[in-house]
Design a protein around this ligand. Structure first.
Ligand SMILES: NC(=O)c1ccc[n+]([C@@H]2O[C@H](COP(=O)([O-])OP(=O)(O)OC[C@H]3O[C@@H](n4cnc5c(N)ncnc54)[C@H](OP(=O)(O)O)[C@@H]3O)[C@@H](O)[C@H]2O)c1
Length: 246
């Protein structure tokens, strides 16, 4: 699939009020995007972006688990050419150690069904606008289950499988479908993880550079590159190392 440059494009980013999503919004405009639909559950949290970038930022209220809000976003943003499914959630804890199913359902609803709802709503829009790109923010945790976040890992693995399915289904309409597999990134989500972390800006810039080349699988930081190589070399060794460190 041909690459998609962010320059002069209309972009929609879910969860753009903080963390990596906010960096996706800022870096899109810094790299020449025409307009960003900045989506957030609470639109008031987008005030800083609007103040800085004026009418290049269009705020949207969007909880990706709410079908009515997803439908309304698609109705409001019919000129989108690049869809970034960034919204994500963790915190569901262990399986046996924390047998609360509801937290795992929230992870699955946001990280899997949320992406699915967004893609169903926006696929026809991307088609009408020439194909464009869908960028799903997954995680290295989708490549092998992380023992401290097993439900999150499962939901991200489901998102990875969904990304493969979308790539097949949307090839005919010329939509590039990319999965992004970050390692630890310096945001609220990873604040309690005592590891070196990539900056959210560096992740956003790397992703835009890669989709411009047509990359389908994007490892945006050194940890991610190494982790993916380890999984490819010896999947069972990665699984055992994770279990040993637990
Ligand atoms: N940080 C990392 O180490 C890391 C590593 C790999 C992958 N990721 C992935 O990168 C993406 C961004 O994460 P982050 O690190 O920036 O985390 P973050 O700082 O916790 O931000 C998460 C964003 O997702 C939004 N969100 C959560 N549930 C939502 C829903 N139902 N509908 C719409 N928006 C929702 C949050 O909105 P509110 O402000 O309203 O809560 C927030 O804007 C996620 O998909 C995450 O899984 C992160």
């Amino acid at each position: 699939m041909p690459g998609v440059s962010i320059k002069d494009k209309v972009v929609l980013i879910s969860g753009s009020n903080r963390g990596i999503g906010k960096s996706f919004a800022i870096q899109a405009l810094e790299m020449g995007a025409k307009k960003v639909y900045a989506a957030a559950r609470d639109e008031s949290k987008l005030a800083g972006l609007v103040e800085k970038y004026g009418d290049k930022i269009i705020p949207l209220t969007l909880d990706v688990t709410d079908q009515d809000q997803v439908t309304a976003a698609a109705a409001a943003a019919g000129d989108v050419e690049v869809l970034i499914n960034n919204a994500g959630i963790g915190g569901g804890g262990q399986i046996i150690g924390n047998p609360d199913e509801s937290a795992k359902r929230i992870e699955m609803n946001v990280n899997y069904f949320g992406i699915m709802k967004m893609c169903i709503a926006f696929a026809p829009i991307l088609k009408a606008n020439g194909g464009g790109a869908i960028v799903n923010i997954l995680s290295v945790a989708s490549l092998s289950n992380f023992a401290f976040a097993p439900g999150y890992s499962a939901s991200k693995a489901a998102g990875r499988s969904l990304t493969q399915a979308l790539r097949v289904e949307l090839a005919k309409q010329g939509t590039l479908v990319s999965g992004v597999f970050p390692g630890p990134v310096d945001t609220d989500m990873a604040k309690d993880i005592p590891m070196d972390k990539a900056s959210p800006d560096s992740v956003a810039i790397h992703v835009y550079e890669e989709i411009a080349k047509g990359s389908e699988d994007i490892y945006p930081d050194p940890f991610a590159v190494q982790f993916a190589a380890n999984v490819q070399a010896d999947f069972k060794a990665v699984e055992k190392a994770d279990a040993a460190g637990f």
